[in-house]
Design a protein around this ligand. Structure first.
Ligand code: ATP
Ligand code: MG
Length: 362
C-alpha cells in the first residue's frame, strides 16, 4: 500500500484544483514559511476524517475552506481526495486502488466518499484502522508533535504503539462486543422479568386462548357463510346483468332506429328551414311591393283629394258662370227689346227724316 496522489480544491491555501503525485520512495515538499507545506499534511488528516479543528490548526471546521484574498473570491467548498494503491490488500476494501474523498460546504453540508460512493465517517475510520493511517494514525506527525509524544503521558504513547502494532482494531472490536454483551444481558434480565409476569398470567390466558379458538372456529364458519352469501348474490347480480345487457342491446337497436329517424327529421327540418327562409325572403319582397303600392296609393289619394278640390272649385265656377249666363240671357232679352224699340224709333225717325227731306225739295 502506498499513497499515489493527493488532490486538493478550495482547501486552505489551495483555491484551485491541484493534484500532487507521489511515487514510491520519499517525497519532500519544500517551500518558504507560510507557503502551505503543513496545509498538505492537514489535508491528509482532514480527508481521513479528522473532526478536531484544533488538530487542523484552525478555530472552526469551515476555516479549512479557502477564505479568499483581496483579488480572489472565497471558495464555496473544500474538497480533498487521496488515492491509495491497494494491490497488496492492506486496506480491507475490494479494489486495487482506493480513493477517499471529503467535501465540506460553507453551510456545513459534508460528504465522505470511497471510490466515488457516498459513505459515513465511520466507514472511513474503519477503513484506516490498524493501518497506521487514519486521523489518529502515527503516519502523520505534525510540527512539534514528536516533542508532544516524548513529553506526553504514557497512555497517549501507548495508543500510538497499539495503533502501530495493529491491535487498536481488536481493542475497538472488544469494546463493541462488550457493549453488545451488556445490552444482551440487559435484554436477558428483562425477558426473565417478563417470563415471571407471564407465568402468573398463564391460567387466565389459557381460558382466553380457548375463547379465542372458539372465536376463530366461529369466525371461519361465519366467513364461509358470508362467502356463500356473496356467491349467491354474485349469481343473482350476474343474471341481473345478463337481463340488463339484453335490455341494453334492445334499447341500443331502438336508439339506432330513433337516431336514423331523428336524422331524417333533422334533414326535413333543415329543408323546411331552407324553404321557410326562401318564403320569408319572398314575403319580404311582397311586403316591399305592398309598401310601394300603398305609398303610390296614398300619393294617388292625395292627388284625388287635390283633383276633387279642383272639381268642387270648378263646379262652383260653373254655377257662377251659369248664373252669369242666365243673368246675361235676361239682359239680352231686355237689350233685344230695347234694340227693337230703338230700331222702331230709328225707323220712325228715318221715315220722318226722309219725309222731311222730300218736303224740303219741294
Ligand atoms: P512554515 O514553514 O512556517 O511551517 P508552511 O509552509 O507550513 O509554513 P502553512 O502553515 O501550511 O505554511 O500555511 C499557512 C498559510 O496558509 C498562511 O499564509 C495562511 O494564510 C494560509 N491559509 C490557512 N488557511 C487558509 C484558508 N482557509 N484560506 C486561505 N489561506 C489559508
Ligand atoms: Mg509548517
Amino acid at each position: 500500500m502506498y499513497l499515489k496522489s493527493l488532490e486538493l480544491q478550495g482547501f486552505k491555501s489551495f483555491p484551485d484544483k491541484i493534484e500532487l503525485k507521489f511515487n514510491k520512495g520519499i517525497t519532500a515538499v519544500v517551500g518558504p514559511n507560510g507557503s502551505g507545506k503543513s496545509n498538505i499534511g492537514d489535508a491528509m488528516r482532514w480527508v481521513m476524517g479528522e473532526q478536531s479543528s484544533k488538530a487542523l490548526r484552525g478555530e472552526k471546521m469551515a476555516g479549512v475552506i479557502f477564505h479568499g484574498t483581496q483579488t480572489r473570491p472565497k471558495a464555496p467548498f473544500a474538497q480533498v481526495t487521496i488515492t491509495i494503491d491497494n494491490e497488496d490488500g492492506a486496506l480491507e476494501y475490494d479494489s486495487d486502488t482506493v480513493s477517499v474523498s471529503r467535501k465540506l460546504y460553507r453551510n456545513g453540508d459534508s460528504f465522505y466518499m470511497i471510490n466515488g460512493k457516498e459513505v459515513n465517517l465511520k466507514d472511513i475510520v474503519e477503513l484506516f484502522m490498524d493501518t497506521g493511517l487514519g486521523r489518529d494514525g502515527y503516519s502523520i506527525i505534525g510540527q512539534g508533535r514528536i516533542a508532544d509524544i516524548v513529553n506526553g503521558k504514557s497512555n497517549d504513547r501507548r495508543e500510538i504503539f497499539e495503533e502501530a502494532a495493529g491491535i487498536s482494531k481488536f481493542r475497538s472490536k472488544k469494546k463493541e462486543a462488550e457493549k453488545k454483551l451488556a445490552a444482551a444481558e440487559d435484554n436477558l434480565s428483562r425477558i426473565n422479568d417478563i417470563m415471571g409476569e407471564i407465568e402468573g398470567r398463564i391460567g387466565p390466558l389459557k381460558a382466553q386462548a380457548e375463547k379465542a379458538e372458539k372465536f376463530r372456529v366461529l369466525d371461519e364458519e361465519k366467513r364461509k357463510l358470508e362467502v356463500s352469501v356473496w356467491v349467491h348474490k354474485l349469481n343473482e347480480y350476474m343474471s341481473q346483468i345478463a337481463g340488463y345487457e339484453e335490455k341494453l342491446s334492445a334499447v341500443k337497436k331502438e336508439y339506432e332506429v330513433i337516431t336514423q329517424e331523428l336524422e331524417s327529421i333533422e334533414d326535413d327540418i333543415n329543408d323546411s328551414f331552407a324553404k321557410s327562409a326562401e318564403k320569408s325572403e319572398l314575403a319580404d319582397s311582397y311586403k316591399n311591393q305592398i309598401h310601394q303600392v300603398e305609398l303610390e296609393n296614398s300619393q294617388a289619394l292625395s292627388k284625388i283629394a287635390v283633383y276633387e278640390n279642383d272639381i268642387s272649385h270648378l263646379e262652383d265656377n260653373i254655377l257662377k258662370l251659369k248664373e252669369q249666363i242666365s243673368e246675361s240671357n235676361s239682359s239680352k232679352y231686355y237689350l233685344e227689346a230695347e234694340l227693337k224699340t230703338r230700331r222702331q224709333e230709328f225707323e220712325e225717325l228715318d221715315e220722318k227724316k226722309s219725309k222731311a227731306a222730300g218736303s224740303c225739295r219741294l
